[in-house]
Design a protein around this ligand. Structure first.
Ligand code: FRU
Length: 416
């Protein structure tokens, strides 16, 4: 296989200095602390709508289906009972990543989600954590490839195949018994665990390039190299004003958006390619990257955190974006800074893990919302959906909808 010999687009420190947390056109509306929760028994966070390889969010026989990272709420586990005998939901929530499981939900309305249970039975997935990815409806037989990340030990991009079956009363997932490992970080383009014990390598999002028709995936990575050896030079710093030359410990932040190409449309064999976007000296995490194709442009979105920014630069938790006329770039930062939809400064952790769908709707989960004094309420449930409008290299927040509103863009009638 021979592929584009591209140069990654750099998200520079100068770009990041343009982030404006107070721009209302890139700020998510306030989430009220009296939000409803989808379930009293489980927390959910990263949400993965069922889609096709061109990105279309689909329903099957009139049922919308979403996959979520999920963890039991453990109000009776002594580990999470404080000295006063009360359930410490905050500690339970913070602990969720270590026992994440992928579950699914279905709905007739694109909201009011009904819990369907786990996608893979216990013991099917080879590692302790089932982390984020993308479920793809392959055909009208109901075949689904779930791309996801097998984490701890290691971090492996994997997929598992199963089938969706519908009835008048609900949706069942069947199969999902054979996990196929696709690849790990290579150490040449993407940092490995041996190079950095806190490396990031996960969150596959496969897609068919509307121009060349081939199957690719984007994923979260870090730029290869031993931790602490990356250079934050003029190219990474960009055109900064006086007083911004000192980068402190920014060499430790080396996020990137990776890309791989499949040998064929089956997606069983992949070749890792150099990153599309690097954030060396800017940010350590460019999570859950995904595309929207619109107006013959490639809109590449990724989520990131305030706490993963490097010394001397900052921005809100939220979704950031890059746009190009070509898959392999060069990319232009959305809104000059990259910021597309961030949390408001008064509620910096209200939502996270935004997924921008091709209809402009953005879904995310509620993390925590301030209540009284210093207190806050844990979410672990779907946030209100927001619509954004993409106009060239700019975006505008337009409207807020109901909690967890993820309507299908197309219904697929299954042939079984
Ligand atoms: C984003 C994320 C993903 C990861 C998962 C782990 O919220 O950090 O990158 O797959 O959550 O829980």
């Amino acid at each position: 296989m021979k592929h584009a010999n591209h140069t990654p687009t750099r998200w520079t420190r100068a770009d990041a200095l343009k982030v404006n947390e107070n721009d209302p056109t890139t700020t998510q509306p306030l989430v009220s602390p009296d939000f409803p929760v989808m379930s009293d028994t489980v927390f959910i966070w990263d949400t993965m709508p069922l889609r096709e390889l061109d990105g279309t969010v689909v329903s099957v026989d009139g049922w919308s289906v979403i996959f979520t990272l999920t963890a039991d709420r453990r109000p009776h586990d002594p580990q999470f009972i404080n000295a006063d005998g009360r359930y410490d939901i905050k500690r339970d929530w913070e602990d969720r990543h270590g026992h994440a499981r992928i579950c699914y939900w279905y709905s007739r309305t694109g909201k009011d989600w009904i819990f369907g249970g786990r996608v893979m039975a216990e013991g099917v997935s080879p590692t302790t954590r089932e982390w984020a990815g993308t479920p793809i409806l392959l055909n009208n037989n109901g075949d689904i490839d779930l791309y996801y990340t097998c984490v701890t030990p290691g971090a492996t991009i994997a997929k598992v195949r199963g089938q969706v079956v519908t009835s008048d009363t609900g949706v069942e997932l069947q199969g999902f018994t054979q996990v196929k490992s696709l690849f790990d970080a290579d150490g040449t383009y993407y940092q490995t665990e041996a190079q950095n014990a806190t490396w990031n390598f996960r969150d596959p999002s496969p897609f068919i390039d509307p121009v060349d028709g081939k199957l690719y995936m984007v994923f979260e990575g870090n730029v290869a190299g031993e931790r602490g050896t990356h250079e934050v030079g003029p190219n990474e710093i960009g055109l900064v004003p006086p007083g911004h030359e000192d980068v402190g410990g920014a060499r430790y932040q080396v996020g990137c958006i990776g890309i791989a190409v499949a040998k064929d449309l089956n997606g069983d064999e992949w070749e890792i390619l150099p990153p599309l976007v690097t954030a060396v000296g800017v940010n350590d995490q460019t999570e859950r990257p995904h595309y929207v194709f619109q107006d013959n442009k490639y809109y590449l979105f990724t989520i990131s955190h305030k706490f993963t920014y490097a010394d001397g630069v900052t921005g809100p938790d939220g979704v950031y974006g890059f746009v190009s006329d070509h898959l392999f770039g060069p990319y232009t930062l959305m809104n000059a800074s990259g910021l597309v939809l961030g949390n408001p400064p008064s509620q910096p952790f209200q939502t996270y893990s935004h997924c921008v769908m091709p209809n402009g709707l953005v879904t995310s989960f509620i993390d925590s919302v301030p209540t009284t004094g210093d207190d806050y309420r844990i979410g672990g449930t779907e946030a209100p959906t927001v619509r954004i409008v993409l106009k060239g290299a700019r975006s505008f927040v337009q409207e807020a909808y109901d909690y967890g509103y993820i309507p299908a863009m197309r219904d697929v009638v299954l042939s079984q």
